[in-house]
Design a protein around this ligand. Structure first.
Ligand SMILES: [Zn+2]
Length: 333
């Protein structure tokens, strides 16, 4: 089959998904206080409306609510996705839904060589706050598949998936549209790869999303500065950068210089899956800075197996792929 025929075949099969009901996603648990509190602890979100009933009521809610931006968490399948479960296990966890069409569609693109995938943008609309006890389900629709596009990552297609979040009574609580690029990573000719110098053979890392609310922080890193956002009204520190103080709701802030000293609060050693631009294994850690905020980064310049919780670390700004400056951490000598 010619390349053109193959492309037409893929596009015909893929377009059959557009505009159709594409299944649902259900997590194992209803919205609950314990998971909300754990989530807020992990991301260090101190907004009391998520954990304190009285504070939530004082702010006009009926009681604590779940962070809106984390709504999808309640529809995620857990550590083992449903398509990995045996029939017997499916029987036991009967509330987990079977495979959604979104997964099927992505498998189709992979089958035709579009194995690369990267999220490009997301829009969310929150209709009303969601409270403990509600069972949230995401209803999926494949809204749009673009024409084939030539992108910096390779030839690919943009796929827009809309999720309508409903509670157990079928009441809509939020919607989101999520767009991914499915791309064909350009093959590296073997001869060229063998001859090319090591530095240029190593792929660049994907750049972190930078926008209105956080580009100032990355600009500082580019100038070898390591800043923490500080509320100008109550001096509460926060990270990652965001427009509003979670404590006093002030929109006035400034960046203050951090010492770069901290300890490892939690970490994981990454072996798999292998993303381009990283040397494996490597350590991803939550660093508790001495100023009190936490940051997710990598621990470098040491044996990954030597890393432990409580380990003192210090900042080292490096360019791991020779291009993008990143604030990394290494053990204190
Ligand atoms: Zn404040």
């Amino acid at each position: 089959m010619s390349l053109n025929d193959k492309r037409e075949e893929l596009e015909r099969k893929a377009h059959a998904y557009v505009g159709k009901d594409s299944g649902i996603e259900v997590g194992p648990d209803p919205v609950n206080e314990v998971m909300i509190r754990q989530l807020c602890e992990v991301i260090n979100d101190q907004n009391p409306v998520y954990v304190d009933d009285a504070a939530a009521k004082a702010n006009g809610f009926d009681g604590i609510i779940t962070p809106p931006a984390a709504l999808q968490m309640w529809t995620m399948p857990g550590a083992r996705p449903p398509w990995d479960l045996t029939d017997e296990e499916k029987e036991i966890v009967g509330n987990r839904q079977s495979i959604s069409k979104d997964v099927e569609l992505n498998a189709l693109f992979a089958e035709y060589g579009y194995t690369g995938v990267v999220g490009t943008d997301q829009e969310e609309e929150y209709i009303r706050p969601v409270r403990p006890g509600e069972k949230i389900t995401a209803h999926l629709f494949i809204d749009h598949i673009s024409e084939q596009k030539a992108t910096a990552l390779g030839l690919g297609y943009f796929i827009t998936v809309r999720r309508v979040y409903k509670n157990q009574d079928g009441e809509e609580v939020a919607t989101s549209t999520f767009r991914v690029l499915r791309y064909q990573a350009p093959a590296q000719p073997a001869a060229q790869a063998a001859d090319a110098p090591q530095a240029s053979a190593k792929p660049k890392r994907l750049k972190p999303p930078m926008g209105h609310d956080n580009s100032w922080w990355w600009d500082a890193v580019e100038n070898d500065q390591f800043l923490i956002q500080s509320c100008k009204s109550c001096n509460t520190l926060r990270h990652p950068p965001r427009p509003m103080c979670g404590k006093c709701q002030s929109l006035d802030w400034e960046g203050v210089e951090a010492s770069g000293n901290g300890t490892i609060y939690s970490y994981t050693v990454m072996h798999h899956p292998k993303f381009p631009g990283f040397d494996y294994p490597f350590v991803t850690a939550v660093i508790e800075l001495e100023e009190g905020t936490r940051i997710v980064s990598n621990v470098v310049d040491c044996d990954p197996l030597a890393v432990h919780v409580g380990m003192p670390v210090e900042l080292t700004i490096q360019k791991p792929d020779g291009e993008l400056k990143l604030p990394l951490f290494r053990p204190v000598a």
